[in-house]
Every structure is written in C-alpha cells, then in structure tokens.
Design a protein around this ligand. Structure first.
Ligand code: ASP
Length: 366
C-alpha cells in the first residue's frame, strides 16, 4: 500500500514538473496576450470585378480624354496600377466583361449579379468592387441594389479620364472604392457608387455631366458620405428598401422582360410607343416632360399599349423630382426614379407580377 502511495506521489511530482516546464516554454508572448494591433489584423478580402469602361481605357496621348478606346486594360492591370491597395485589403481581380458601359446588356447584368451573390456568400469575402464605364454605371448599381442578397458592401466605381491621362482619376477611385468595400461601417447601406471622394447610393446617384470629374451627383437625397484622407465618413442612409429587403431573385434567369424608354418632347406624335409595343415591350417608361407628363397627342398610343397589358410608368426627363398624379395623363407613377433607373425597376417588377397595382406599390417601396 505504502509503496503504491510513494509511487503515485513521485509520479505526481514528475507530472507537475513537466507541466511547469511546459508552461514556461509555451507561455504566450506579450504580443499574443494583447489585442492585435491594426497592422497585425489580417486584411479584409475584397473581390474586384472588372467590366470595362474608361477606367480600363487607353488614349493616344496624356491630354486626350475623349475619343479613346475603352475596355482595354484587364482587371489585373487595373489592380497593379494602385500599389497602395495592399495596405487596405487583400484584393483579387476577375474579368466579367471588357466593354464600354453603353454595351452592357441584360445578360451581362445577370452574369454580374450571379457572381456578386456567389462571392458575397463566401465567409472570407468582406465586400465586392465593380469597375465599370460611367455612362450606365448607375443602372448596373441600381440593378445590383435590387438583386444582391447580402448586407456586405458592394461598390461600383469608374473614371472620367482614361488610364493614360496625365491626371487619371481611375487609380484613386479604385483605392477609395476598395477602402469602402473593406470597411465594416459600409455594411447594410445598399450598393454604393464611389468616385471623386464621394460615396453615393445606387438609388439616388446619377451621372450629370458628360465630361467633368465631378459628374456624379445625388440630386434628391445627397451623398451617403465622403472619403477624407481615404477614410470613409458616412452621414446618411437610404430609406427605400434594398438588397436583402427586396423580393427579386434573378439567380436562375437568363433574360429579363423587355422594357423601353420613350423620351417626351414637343410635337410628340406617340408612334414610338406603338413601335415599342410592336417590338414586344412588356413595359414602357415615359421620360416625360417636367413632372412626367407629355403631349396629349401621345395619349391614344399609350392607352392602346395599356389595353394590351403593357405596363406604362411615368418618370421625368429633368433627371430628378417626384411624379405626382395627373388626371390629364395616364400611367403609373415612377416615384423619383430617373427614366434609366425606372426601366431597371420595371424589368425586375415584371419578373414578379403583371398587376399594375402591385407594380405601383413596388415603385413606392424601392
Ligand atoms: N463610354 C464610357 C463608358 O461608359 C465612358 C466612361 O467609362 O466614363 O464605358
């Protein structure tokens, strides 16, 4: 009994010694016991999807900002042009298309939406940046704002000057866009448009000038925020429903309903509406004059379209402002969406309903 007791005591001593030695050798270093500093935290992973545009364009000389070829540089070349990206995020690049944004089709939109949703579903991806031509950037941004199923930041950016310009805006816009996409404070704010120090919402931001750097404005709602010294400062959020709050699921679609825009003007005879219906449009957006009305000469054509089940939505060619009821005119109210964004919402609305009352509700919600 005694021998057994002694044995177990000496056995316990050995185990204790081993534990002490083990503790000494495995004692955490000072750095490990303290919270990780910013430089030690692994950088967030931001995926950059390139679609083309001026940001990937090259010109014959450094002063040329028109008449250049857009969609030349690849995603990798774009990322290499911004060495300081490495301080902000771990970035990976993919080419989705390489076209001027006037050539973005519904098929490209659907492909982009699928890829963005796949990437955001990955736990290691903090956010997505899309480089895009500025001419229709707001349409892609608003489309994604309605079909992305995640609160993670999605940021579209582009440039007004080609990559070869003496003061190209592309590299700084990419850096700012990746910074916003990597930022936890950008979560839950819907799809954003970042150019020229400004952070805008996809719902309200629009291209307002054909040439100048400060072309993107947010006329009805202001900007969401501003980047100062490459730090995002957010001020507001958008009250309209977006991303995870929408009913639109395009994951299995390979086409979208045809919706055309008809531009209002003096002496408008209305035959463009007849042409749209004859071509198979399921929806027509009126880019109406002022608060979304038009020449009484157009009424017979618009009424014929509505009788055939085509959904007609009124918007304003002024580019901002709300559309009120107008007893003298016909069509649903496009809220305060400009015509190009009203077209995007009407395409998506027609994927879930043909009922005019429901479409009207959708126009007030999103
Ligand atoms: N045409 C070009 C585009 O939208 C213009 C630009 O990117 O700024 O692709």
């Amino acid at each position: 009994m005694r021998d057994v007791h002694c044995l177990s005591r000496s056995y316990r001593r050995v185990v204790c010694k081993l534990l002490v030695i083990g503790c000494i050798f495995s004692e955490p270093t000072l750095a490990q016991t303290q919270p990780q500093s910013a430089t030690q935290t692994p950088l967030p992973h931001v995926a950059v999807l390139a679609t083309g545009g001026t940001i990937a364009g090259t010109a014959a000389n450094e002063t040329q900002s028109t008449g250049y070829k857009s969609g030349v540089l690849t995603a990798d070349a774009l990322l290499k042009s911004v060495p300081s990206l490495g301080k902000v995020a771990h970035v990976s690049g993919e080419q989705v298309s390489n076209v001027g944004s006037e050539n973005i089709t519904n098929e490209i939109l659907l492909k982009l939406a699928r890829r963005v949703n796949q990437l955001l579903a990955q736990p290691d991806i903090a956010g997505v940046v899309i480089t895009h031509g500025t001419d229709t950037l707001e349409e892609t941004a608003y489309f994604l704002n309605l079909v992305v199923k995640s609160d993670k930041p999605v940021v579209l950016t582009g440039s007004m000057r080609p990559s070869t310009a003496i003061s190209a805006d592309g590299p700084s816009n990419i850096l700012q866009a990746v910074t916003v996409a990597a930022s936890p404070t950008a979560r839950g704010r819907g799809v954003m448009i970042v150019l020229n120090d400004r952070i805008g919402s996809a719902r309200f931001t629009t291209k307002t000038n054909a040439n100048t750097l400060d072309t993107f404005r947010s006329p009805d709602d202001g900007f969401l925020g501003t980047l100062i010294d490459n730090v995002p400062h957010f001020e507001t959020t958008v009250a309209k429903l977006q991303t995870t709050q929408t009913p639109f699921d395009v994951s299995k679609m390979d086409s979208l309903p045809e919706v055309d825009i008809v531009y209002g003007h003096q002496n408008d005879g209305g035959y463009m509406y007849d042409a749209a219906v004859a071509h198979g449009a399921r929806g027509i957006v009126v880019a109406g004059v002022g608060a979304g009305s038009g020449s009484l000469l157009t009424l017979p054509s618009i009424k014929r379209a509505i009788e055939k089940g085509v959904i007609v939505v009124r918007s304003s060619r002024t580019g901002s402002g709300y559309i009120p009821e107008d007893p003298a005119y016909v069509g649903l109210l496009g809220d305060n969406l400009n015509p190009q964004k009203a077209r995007i919402l009407l395409m998506l609305a027609l994927t879930v309903t043909n009922n005019p009352e429901r479409v009207q509700e959708i126009f007030h919600q999103f």
